[in-house]
Design a protein around this ligand. Structure first.
Ligand code: 5AD
Ligand code: SF4
Length: 471
C-alpha cells in the first residue's frame, strides 16, 4: 500500500521527472467483463478517462452502457472544491448498495481526490466498498493494480506523491470522432494559494513537442477536425525543458499540421506573451477563443492569491487580445469570498467585469482546501456573504453573455457539428469558432462537419441557428 503525503507533493525537483513509454503487457484479463467510468471535473480529467477506457479496452474489457451492467466501476475524481468531494462521497453510498447486491463488483477511485492524504485516510477508515485507488501520477499502472486486486482479492492503494513523470503512448479511446484532447503540459508550479492542483498533479512538465505534433498529425489522418491542447497552464509550455521553444512555437507548429481547428486551455495571464497573441491572431485555424482566468479584480486579493499580476496588467493583456484577435471571445474564472475580501475588493472585481464584458465566466465561492496556504489565512468570509456576492456577480456576468450572444444574431458563422441535440431530436448541436454552443435545425448527416449556420435566436448560454447550404 502506498498512500499520499502532502509535504512530499509540494516538493519540486525537475531532475526527478522521467520521460517514459507506456509499457504494460497483460493477457486479455478483461475478456467478457465490462467497465463503467464516471468522470468529475475538468477537461484534463475527461481526457484521463479516455486513457482509462483505452487501457481497459486494450485487455479486452468492453464499455457498459448502463452502470448496472458493469463488472468494474471507476470514479475519476476532482478535488478543486469541497462540493466536488461531496458529489463523490455521496455517490459512494449508491455504490455501497450496488456492491451489496453484486459481491463481485469492483470499484476503483482515481484522479485528484486519490492524491489527497485526508481522502485516503477517510477511505481506509470508512469506505470499504472501494477496492482500489490509483493516483494521477501512476495512472499508467491502472491495469497492474486492477489485476492485482482481481488475483489476490486484496484492496490496493497505490498513490505516489512526487513530481510526476511524462508517460507517452498510453492507449486511448476517445469520446469524440471529430474533436480530440491532446495533453501538452502536466502539473502546475504556480501555487496559487487557494489551489490544490499543484499538490494533486505534481510539477509543471511539458511533453516533447515532437510527440505532440506526431499525435496531432495522426489525428488529422484519422479525420479529426479539431484539437484542444490541454494543460493546467498551457502558457507555461516548454519552460521546463526548452530554452527557446514556447507555446507560441507549439501553436504555430500544430497549426501547420493542417488541423482545421486548434484550441488550447487553460491560460494563465502571467505567462501570456505578445508573441503568443500574435500567433493566435495570425493563423486562421487557431480558434479565436481564450479562457483567461481573472480570479479577482482587487490587487490586494490577487496578491494574497499569489496570482503574480495586477488588475491593470490583466486589463492590458485582455485589451491586446480583443484588439488583435478578430471576432474573439474571452471567458474567465472568478472566485468570490477569498479570505479578507471586503465589499470594496469585490467591487474592484465588478469593475473589471464591467470593463471586460466577458463572453462568459465560471464563478465560484471560495472553498478552503486542506494544506493550501489560503486555508490558514485569517478573515474567512461568511457563507451567506459569499453567496450574496456570487449571486450579484452572476447577474452581471449573464447580462454580458447575453449581450455578446445578441451581437451574433442574424450572422452566418462556421460551426463544427458534434452531436444530436439533447433536447430536440430534429436538431444537432455544434460550436462556433469562438466557442459558442449552437442548437441547429439540420439533420444528423451534418455531424462531424464544419458547416455554415445562420444564428436565428440567442440566449445566455447558447444560440439557436439553422444550417445554410450556401451564402
Ligand atoms: N475555491 C474556489 N474556486 C477554486 N478554483 C480553484 N481552487 C478553488 C477554491 N479553492 C477555481 C479557480 C480555477 C477554477 C478551475 O476553479 O477559479 O480557475
Ligand atoms: Fe491552480 Fe493557479 Fe495552477 Fe491554475 S495556475 S492550476 S489556479 S495553482
Amino acid at each position: 500500500m502506498k498512500i499520499p503525503n502532502m509535504l512530499d507533493a509540494k516538493k519540486r525537483n525537475k531532475n526527478e521527472v522521467k520521460y517514459t513509454e507506456y509499457n504494460v503487457d497483460f493477457n486479455n484479463f478483461g475478456e467478457n467483463k465490462k467497465f463503467y467510468v464516471r468522470t468529475y471535473g475538468c477537461q484534463m480529467n475527461e481526457h484521463d478517462s479516455e486513457k482509462i477506457k483505452g487501457m481497459l479496452s486494450s485487455v479486452g474489457f468492453k464499455s457498459a452502457e448502463d452502470i448496472n451492467d458493469a463488472d468494474v466501476i471507476i470514479l475519476n475524481t476532482c478535488a478543486i472544491r469541497e462540493n466536488a468531494h461531496d458529489k463523490v462521497f455521496g455517490f459512494l453510498g449508491v455504490l455501497k448498495h450496488m456492491k451489496q447486491s453484486n459481491k463481485n463488483l469492483i470499484i476503483g477511485l482515481c484522479g485528484c481526490m486519490a492524491q489527497e492524504e485526508v481522502v485516503i485516510k477517510e477511505i481506509l477508515d470508512k469506505y470499504k466498498q472501494i477496492d482500489f485507488v490509483v493516483g494521477t501520477h501512476n495512472l499508467d499502472n491502472l491495469l497492474k493494480v486492477l489485476k492485482e486486486k482481481i488475483d489476490t482479492n486484496n484492496r490496493q492503494i497505490e498513490v505516489l506523491s512526487y513530481e510526476g513523470d511524462v508517460v507517452e503512448n498510453v492507449p486511448v479511446v476517445r469520446d469524440s470522432k471529430y474533436s480530440a484532447w491532446v495533453d501538452i503540459i502536466y502539473g502546475c508550479d504556480k501555487f496559487c494559494t487557494y489551489c490544490i492542483v499543484p499538490y494533486t498533479r505534481g510539477t509543471q512538465r511539458s511533453r516533447h513537442h515532437e510527440d505532440i505534433i506526431n499525435e496531432v498529425k495522426q489525428l488529422v489522418k484519422d479525420g479529426y477536425k479539431e484539437v484542444t491542447l490541454l494543460g493546467q497552464n498551457v502558457n507555461a509550455y516548454g519552460k521546463d525543458i526548452y530554452d527557446n521553444y514556447t507555446l507560441a512555437n507549439l501553436l504555430k507548429d500544430v497549426a501547420e499540421t493542417g488541423i482545421e481547428r486548434l484550441r488550447f486551455v487553460t491560460s494563465h495571464p502571467w505567462d501570456f506573451t505578445d508573441e503568443m497573441v500574435d500567433v493566435i491572431a495570425k493563423y486562421d485555424n487557431i480558434m479565436p477563443y481564450i479562457h483567461l482566468p481573472l480570479q479577482s479584480g482587487s490587487n490586494k486579493i490577487l496578491k494574497l492569491m499569489n496570482r503574480r499580476y495586477t488588475s491593470e496588467e490583466y486589463l492590458k493583456l485582455y485589451k491586446q487580445i480583443r484588439e488583435k484577435v478578430k471576432d474573439s471571445s474571452v471567458t474567465t474564472d472568478i472566485i468570490v469570498g477569498f479570505p479578507g475580501e471586503t465589499e470594496e475588493d469585490f467591487n474592484e472585481t465588478l469593475k473589471v467585469v464591467n470593463e471586460c464584458k466577458f463572453d462568459g465566466a465560471f464563478t465560484f465561492a471560495y472553498s478552503p482546501r486542506e494544506n493550501t496556504p489560503a486555508a490558514l489565512m485569517k478573515d474567512a468570509i461568511p457563507e451567506e456573504v459569499k453567496m450574496d456576492r456570487l449571486h450579484r456577480l452572476n447577474e452581471i456576468i449573464n447580462k454580458y453573455s447575453n449581450e455578446a450572444n445578441k451581437k451574433m444574431l442574424n450572422t452566418i458563422v462556421k460551426c463544427l457539428v458534434i452531436s444530436e441535440s439533447e433536447k430536440d431530436k430534429n436538431k444537432v448541436c455544434g460550436y462556433t469558432e469562438n466557442m459558442k454552443l449552437v442548437n441547429i435545425v439540420g439533420d444528423k448527416s451534418l455531424i462531424g462537419k464544419i458547416v455554415n449556420v445562420k444564428i436565428t435566436d440567442t440566449k445566455s448560454f447558447s444560440l439557436d441557428g439553422e444550417y445554410v447550404e450556401e451564402y
